[in-house]
Design a protein. Structure first.
Length: 173
């Protein structure tokens, strides 16, 4: 198999960041896992050489076939998607699994390493940010699901990771 310039750029991006990954044989696909604030985020990145495109996808570890729980997850994904500017949440309806997908088309065959890294960071961050909200839905008793107000749930700042403040450059005295 001939490796495309874009796949070489993707592999170089992983290597320059020291991210462990595995390649899917005979395909331009990478699998990787990252420990985030709330959860482990496993993702795969696929290169579409003829389009000069990549797609980064992460799937939740939770899965449900309960129709009420699935509907609540679909509403959660829809409401979060309204505020996103990059990527989107999807629900694999049959599997009852939440996913986040972020894709990019490049103007050059080799792509851009910084954009590749940014898409990976975005995918990890969004799936991690969603993890506590999804967990509340997945772990709620069936009788409680109808009472979960998704817009109010998304306002809960106690479920969001803390953003580190920059170090102060001021001096005492």
């Amino acid at each position: 198999m001939v490796i495309s310039e874009l796949f070489s750029t993707v592999k170089s991006a992983f290597e320059s960041e020291g991210w462990a990954y595995s390649e899917v044989p005979e395909r331009e696909v990478i699998r990787a896992g990252f420990e985030a604030q709330h959860t482990r985020v496993d993702l795969h990145l696929q290169v579409f050489d003829k389009l000069s495109a990549i797609s980064v996808v992460s799937e939740s570890t939770f899965q449900t076939t309960d129709p009420i729980r699935r509907e609540r997850l679909a509403e959660l994904a829809m409401r979060v998607n309204q505020s996103l500017t990059l990527g989107n949440f999807e629900l694999d309806w049959d599997a009852g699994r939440l996913m986040f997908r972020c894709s990019n088309l490049f103007g050059a065959a080799q792509g851009d390493s910084n954009i590749v890294k940014g898409l990976i960071h975005n995918t990890i961050g969004e799936m991690d940010r969603m993890a506590p909200f999804e967990a509340l839905i997945q772990k709620a008793a069936v009788s409680e699901l109808a009472g979960i107000n998704i817009p109010e749930l998304l306002q809960r700042e106690d479920l969001l990771p803390e953003i580190p403040l920059p170090e102060s450059s001021s001096t005492d005295g």
